[in-house]
Design a protein around this ligand. Structure first.
Ligand code: ADP
Length: 519
């Protein structure tokens, strides 16, 4: 329909232009009117300009100039008077000037069309971003509140927060002046219907994390700054609370305050995840503390087992010596001495454990390895008797002294020797023997203590896990002896390894660096 009308209009303009040009040519050629009739070609040119393009306009100008000259030639021939030539020249000049003006107007029109379409494109791009982004966006009209604030500023308002303290309703009144112009789909999804409604209700449901945030927004307007960003909780229409980060960017020109963009990003899930993470970390810290305490108790129980067992046995023996008639006081005294020794050991273990867990410096001393082994064996006298195990100690070389915590190294040896004795018993071999081999290693810089038994060796699983805390294959085992032993040896710079001996039985080797005293 529109096209049809346009075509109709074009035809009318074009037809009229031809008619005007034809009439002017006829009058100019056939009559003797002595006026600048050719000037009227300008009318034809202006009418045709509505129909033809820029090129058409230039061609038409040339054609009309030609017609004017042709009329002149036809009416006056080559001999014409000066005045006539001047009139035709004026008409031709008018044609050129009009043509130039029309061309310029056309260019301006073209530019306007282009600018307009660019504007439209940018507006529609903005619209599409505004409508389709996942960020909740509002266009809000801050012009009234800005005008109000500027009025107050002119009267001396400087610090909004202070002013609000003196006038408790000030902030609420200011926010009531803000209108919502538009809100996008994401805003609707974030808040509900009231995303589009009056700001008063919205203000009540907007709970900034910092109570000064509202004042800060108004202060930004007063100071002419451009950006406010803050955290807030927002209450949705359905009453649910969401945590958001919001951002308001104020324009530079006062005239643009009628379309200020407010954006909100829902960070509730992130906040929840952060909280869950913090809770999980707290739980983990608690659990690991509990586990540490558990390990501490378990290791204490494990290490105290041996001296307490020995005390029990010695106490029974002591009673037996005293029950004799006459009582064997000497033997009873020996048992009592052993009880005293073992109870000292027990208290040393407790003290040492406490030291371990308060990370106070450990009391190391210079230790002669041969003596350490025989002391340990005397502590284990009863255990070895109970397991019917013989112990053979072989010293292969002169050994340097080592540096360590005596009670800890004794404990390591007790663990290895009692494991070996138990392995012998479990294997029910005829000859239950534990061989302890003392040797120098690494060119005399290390001492090697190996404990070998005649049991059935480490099973496949044990080979990989023996040093893992709580790994045990024994019904009454705790699975802590070897892991504690390894840490104790490593604490003084040594190593502890366990493997199956090619000729049977398990072999555990401790290597300790020679002590600072012997160095
Ligand atoms: P527990 O003796 O309480 O089980 P350990 O840490 O001392 O704890 O030992 C862990 C496991 O290593 C034992 O349960 C056993 O399976 C294995 N093991 C240790 N010493 C020997 C050994 N001499 N012969 C065979 N297996 C051993």
């Amino acid at each position: 329909m529109k096209n049809y009308e346009e075509r109709h209009q074009k035809l009318a303009f074009g037809g009229t232009a031809i008619l005007v040009a034809g009439t002017v040519f006829a009058v100019d050629t056939l009559t003797d009117i002595e006026g600048a009739i050719a000037v009227l070609y300008v009318v034809a040119l202006m009418l045709a300009a509505q129909v033809v393009g820029r090129r058409g306009l230039v061609s038409l100008t040339i054609l009309l100039v030609f017609l004017a000259l042709l009329s002149l030639f036809l009416t006056h021939g080559l001999t014409t008077d000066y005045q006539t030539i001047l009139r035709v020249a004026v008409a031709i000049a008018a044609l050129f000037v009009t043509s130039a003006l029309l061309l310029r107007a056309d260019r301006a029109r073209l530019e306007l069309v282009q600018t307009n379409s660019a504007l439209r494109e940018s507006e529609s791009r903005y619209r599409s971003i505004f409508d389709n982004t996942n960020v909740a966006l509002w266009e809000r009209d801050y012009s009234k509140v800005r005008a109000h604030l500027m009025e107050l500023k002119a009267k001396g308002l400087d610090d909004v927060k202070r002013h609000a303290q003196a006038h408790p309703d000030f902030i609420r009144e200011c926010f009531a002046m803000i209108d919502i112009v538009d809100a996008n789909q994401a805003a609707f999804e974030l808040i509900g219907k009231s995303a589009y409604s009056a700001p008063g209700g919205f203000f009540d449901r907007f709970l900034p994390k910092n109570s000064d945030t509202f004042a800060k927004i108004l202060q930004t307007i007063v100071d002419g700054d451009s950006l406010v960003e803050a955290d807030a909780d927002i209450v949705r229409d359905d009453g649910e609370r969401r945590t958001v980060i919001f951002n308001i960017s104020f324009p530079n020109e006062a005239s643009a305050y009628n379309r200020v963009i407010l954006s909100m990003v829902d960070v509730t899930q992130r906040e929840e995840a952060r909280k869950a993470l913090a809770d999980a970390q707290a739980d983990l810290a608690f659990a690991s503390k509990a586990a540490t305490i558990g390990v501490l108790y378990a290791s204490l129980a494990h290490e105290l087992n041996q001296p307490l067992g020995a005390i029990g046995v010695n106490a029974q023996t002591l009673t037996r010596w005293l029950d004799r008639t006459p009582p064997d006081v000497e033997a009873a005294k020996r048992s009592a001495d052993r009880i005293v020794r073992d109870s000292r050991r027990a208290s040393d273990i407790i003290k040492n454990n406490r030291v371990d867990h308060t990370s106070a410096p450990r009391e190391t001393e210079s230790i002669e390895v041969g003596a350490l082994v025989s002391e340990t064996l005397s502590l284990m006298e009863h255990d070895l008797q109970r397991e019917h195990t013989d112990v053979k100690v072989v010293q292969r070389a002169e050994l340097p002294e080592i540096t360590g915590v005596r009670v800890e190294l004794q404990q390591v040896l007790i663990n290895l020797i009692s494991n070996a004795a138990q392995a012998n018993t479990a294997a029910s071999v005829d000859q239950r023997l534990v061989t302890i081999l003392l040797d120098a290693a690494d060119d005399g810089d290390e001492v090697s203590i190996s404990v070998r038994d005649s049991g059935s060796g480490l099973c496949l699983e044990a080979e990989q896990k023996i040093f893992t805390p709580f790994f045990t294959t024994k019904s009454n085992g705790m699975g802590l002896g070897l892991s504690i032993s390894r840490s104790a040896v490593e604490a003084v710079g040594g190593t502890l390894e366990g493997l199956n001996h090619p000729e049977g039985g398990a072999l555990f080797e401790i290597r300790l660096p020679k002590g600072t005293a012997s160095a």
